[in-house]
Design a binder for this molecule. Structure first.
Ligand SMILES: [Zn+2]
Length: 274
């Protein structure tokens, strides 16, 4: 799934390429990802409007067209593609927004789990999961005191808490693995077992890992925003490979279309459940 660093670059690219331009056409090829909140009138209502701003909040992407707004929650496999209209339309394309003869913005989604809303700006708080988000992990950051206070409300495994988005928003499956590796904390540790020092390390790792990723992605993605670049990550999806810190084999568990990768040596403290 696109996470805060990926969406940050997508925002930059779309701002450079499309902000200030007028929509000339809007086509819904597969309506499954379009949700309520007036999404049905998108093809007829959007053309003629000008894209005024592209922003990100956590794992949501917001396209502002003045009196209307497109809100995208890409979930597991949603992606955006900026392409020329003559380029082949990929099978997973759900929505196409044309900006003149040169450029099209397409929303792709392999699993159709993503959600696209076409709303009035004041409806934003009604978008599911939007208002429950914690402070943004990347742009505003979160103070240690607030991180501790928000974390304290949750029990269960620390990775699940980080990806939920209500403590801090913008971290998904991949960057949760990376942040926990950087902090030297097992993804399976229960929140209550974390020491103050470990919570501080975790807090520091969030800001550092995500902002470093933005730099790498900015360099690597260019204008090709529908491909996720993940090869530079330290442990995520690198099961079986040597840990970059200690050389031990990285462990990986796969469940529910999500994987968890970690180094048992660098992230100790929890026996695996059978
Ligand atoms: Zn290691």
């Amino acid at each position: 799934m696109p996470e805060a660093p990926d969406l940050e670059i997508i925002c930059e690219v779309l701002t450079r390429g499309l902000v200030g331009r007028q929509v000339t056409e809007a086509k819904v090829l597969r309506p499954t990802v379009l949700r309520s909140l007036a999404a049905k009138d998108l093809p007829s209502d959007l053309p003629g409007r000008t894209l005024e701003e592209v922003t990100r909040r956590g794992k949501f992407l917001l396209l502002s067209f003045g009196e209307r707004m497109i809100v995208i929650n890409p979930m597991l496999t949603g992606a955006l593609q900026l392409s020329a209209p003559k380029e082949r339309v990929l099978k997973s394309t759900h929505l196409v927004i044309g900006f003149g003869e040169e450029e099209e913005l397409r929303y792709l989604d392999e699993t159709q789990m993503g959600q696209v809303y076409y709303i009035l700006p004041e409806q934003l708080p009604k978008v599911p999961r939007f208002s429950e988000q914690g402070p943004d992990a990347l742009s505003d950051g979160i103070t240690l005191a607030e991180f501790k206070a928000r974390l304290g409300k949750y029990h269960g495994e620390i990775k699940g808490i980080l990806t939920r988005g209500s403590v801090v928003s913008g971290i998904g499956n991949a960057y949760a693995d990376e942040v926990l590796f950087a902090a030297g904390i097992s993804p399976f540790r229960k929140r209550r077992t974390l020491t103050d020092q470990e919570v501080e390390r975790l807090h520091a790792s969030i800001g550092r890992v995500l902002s470093e990723a933005v730099v790498v992605l900015r360099e690597g993605m260019g204008e090709v925003i529908h491909h996720k670049i993940r090869d530079f990550l330290q442990v995520h999806n690198k099961g079986g490979q040597p840990c970059p810190r200690c050389g031990a084999v990285i462990s990986q568990l796969n469940a529910n279309q999500r994987s968890t990768s970690y180094c048992r040596h660098c992230q100790p403290g929890m026996l695996l459940k059978n």
